[in-house]
Design a protein around this ligand. Sequence first.
Ligand code: ZN
Length: 409
Amino acid sequence: MMETCSLIRMEDKIKTFSKFGDTGKGGITRFSLSPEALAARAEFKKRMEALGAAVVTDDMANMYATIPGAEDLPAIMTGSHLDSVKQGGNYDGVLGVLTAMEAAETIVKDQIYHRHPITVVVWTNEEGARFEPAMMSSGVLCGKFDKAAMLASEAKDIPGYTFGEALEASGYKGNEANRMSPEKNCALVELHIEQGPVLYNEGYDIGVVEGVCGMINYEFTFTGQADHAGTTPMKYRKDALYAAVKTIQYLHDELDKLDSKLVYTTGKISAHPNIHTIIPDEVKFTLDARHQDPEVIKQVLDIIQRIPPEVEKCKASYEEAWARKSVVYTPRLVDFVEKSAQEYGYLYKRMYSGPGHDAQYMIDVIPTTMIFVPSVDGHSHCELEYTPVENCLKGANVLLKTLLYIDRE
Ligand SMILES: [Zn+2]
């Protein structure tokens, strides 16, 4: 017998949750712990309790809805986040919660035997759209972030209003003893939309996620001399913008010679004084580079380090703004996802995630993996974000099967 989730139920879940924070233009604005997010949480709690789940929250307001298993064993976790960016879509994060709910509902309604309890998790403040940083609560649980510093994080829209205050006011602040732990939980599977165009463009149903790409972010500074644009002959100029442009061109030329899976971006640039009659004396730009293989990231660094201290008579310097190591998900669980996709006859691709997700922190605590479903035209973090319900259902089926494989191991 092939376990299958319900298309009608999946569609109902997506439609219902799309109302919480509806922008009226095809997307949602649902900041963590906002009234809209609390309404989504209440709906989650109501639906999970109707399935017979016990719902508890921890001290970071992460929600855990657990349906009991046949044996007294650690729970298998699955879920994602319900919060969004400003004018975000109806799939980022929430689809991981909805497919987890649908898998749990299928297990309960079809009375599918399982030894382990199944816990559907909702992580608080994944996006960090109102209170920075992103992946705040999973980060606190795995020791990446200091809890006191996180509680003091201020809302971007109301100066002085802290995450701690929002947490108190939410009614979802629970006990630290309720946190997930390696004793209570044996595995985590997070389904997420790809948020990029690869699966959609190449015609795949499922992304079997092997890990998260490592990344580096560097900031470059070029210092020249501000002078009059009309009186300074070209040969006497120290034009910091020209030096920066030459360097950006050099980086593109060299980085394009590396592995084709490398992605890199100069997304931020500033020129001082940014006045049309003055030669720029200081220009800064960033370089964000991502690849799954740390060796390739090292090659990127080599290219950066070959930039001379002086470019076009301007002083050149650079520093690392931040970096993230490559994350490799638990191979055994990755194989379960692949096997599940095979069993349903879905087209799948093994791949690495470019963006970060809560699961990448949880891998430090328990065996973890992820499942991707396609994003139409690769759009995400915008109202155009879309995954057809048929694709969502395929994701839910693979998730369900993966949970059962873990359960039977
Ligand atoms: Zn997300």
